[in-house]
Design a protein around this ligand. Structure first.
Ligand SMILES: Nc1ncnc2c1ncn2[C@@H]1O[C@H](COP(=O)(O)OP(=O)(O)OP(=O)(O)O)[C@@H](O)[C@H]1O
Ligand SMILES: [Mg+2]
Length: 323
């Protein structure tokens, strides 16, 4: 488990992390999302010791990591595999040798039978057994990221940190990489932290997320909670909620659907029961892992608000009148 408490970090007097607190549980896929410049990469680099933080605490499995202590820092880094947007493969080495690199770095013989087995198993895990002697330039972007993932796992890390790992890939390839990350999480029990500005990524794989804004955690929770019913204006904007395009006349009422209510034809039912017609002026459906969540905005007459509200309450639908 990774616990971050009041972490602060400045660059040349400019505070980039302004007291970040969050905790990442074992076995989770945890997402860190937010606008460019929010501090996501800096936070991740602090977590794996690539960057020293100024104040606060970083506690991994109950032990406080002292960033000035070289030995414990090295030990920390060994337990954290990391992958990046740019893959960072060595062009002069083939797939096998790239995956083997961290072993060499740690003074472990990459040619021992045990190492060989491990490297080959990982290359098979990421689905590149037929590319084992290919050079990076002979691989697609998605394949390169698979090599980087195998390399990040070769020291048996407890955590896998991903910084915009799919940002350079097209949507289909991204899906494959995300499925691979889920498999690694499930089958190897590795805790995964993904930093991304892509909403698709967190929707597809994250159990919990933190929304970072300007060096602070604006919101933390399940992705469906944050995305379907965003409470902060900045998160609404980030999701391009489209609320600004709503009609200026009448009253706009937003309905939120979770779980089993998401598929019930509640609006037609309400129209029939109340003998009124409603204008649906905005709607979206979001696919979160196994569940579909939805939200829609009805434009109704001022005089109907009470009746509509009562009907929605009776049917246990979350709703609010938009300003
Ligand atoms: N080494 C550095 N020296 C000076 N400033 C830095 C350094 N690294 C990051 N910053 C600044 O810190 C802020 C946060 O940067 P960071 O890379 O963490 O953002 P990010 O959320 O990862 O953004 P992006 O989505 O664009 O990757 C930015 O304003 C950036 O300019
Ligand atoms: Mg970044």
């Amino acid at each position: 488990m990774i616990e971050i408490r009041e972490l602060k970090k400045s660059f040349q007097g400019l505070e980039v992390l302004k007291g970040i607190s969050l905790s990442i549980q074992d076995g989770e896929i945890y997402g860190i999302i937010g606008q460019s410049g929010a501090g996501k990469s800096t936070l991740l680099r602090c977590v794996n010791g690539l960057e020293a933080y100024d104040s606060g605490d970083l506690i991994v499995d109950g032990v406080r990591v002292d960033v000035r202590e070289k030995a414990s820092l090295r030990e920390l880094q060994k337990r954290m595999g990391m992958i990046f947007q740019s893959f960072n493969l060595l062009e002069r080495l083939d797939v096998y040798q790239n995956v083997a690199l961290p072993l060499k770095f740690w003074g472990i013989n990459p040619r021992s039978p045990e190492s060989r087995r491990k490297i080959e198993d990982l290359i098979r895990l990421v689905g590149l057994e037929d590319k084992i002697h290919a050079r990076p330039r002979e691989l697609s972007g998605g394949q390169k990221q698979r090599v980087a993932i195998a390399r990040a796992l070769v020291l048996d890390p407890q955590f896998l940190l991903c910084d915009e790992a799919t940002s350079a890939l097209d949507p289909e390839i991204t899906k494959g990489i995300l499925a691979l990350l889920q498999k690694i999480n499930r089958e190897l029990g590795i805790t995964i932290v993904v930093v991304t500005h892509q909403m698709e990524v967190v929707k597809q794989i994250c159990n919990r997320i933190a929304f970072l804004s300007n060096g602070k955690v604006l919101s933390e929770g399940k992705p469906e909670e944050l995305f379907v019913m965003p409470t902060q204006e900045e998160i609404r904007q980030f999701l391009r909620d489209g609320s600004s395009l709503l009609p200026k006349s009448g009253v706009n009422v937003q309905l939120y659907f979770f779980d089993e209510t998401s598929e019930e034809p509640i609006v037609t039912e309400m129209a029939r029961r109340l003998g009124k017609n409603f204008n649906i002026v905005w709607a979206k459906l979001e696919d979160f892992r196994e569940n579909v969540y939805g939200s829609l905005v009805l434009n109704i007459q001022e005089a109907d608000v009470q009746e509509v509200g009562a009907f929605l309450d009776q049917n246990h639908i979350h709703w609010e009148v938009l300003p």
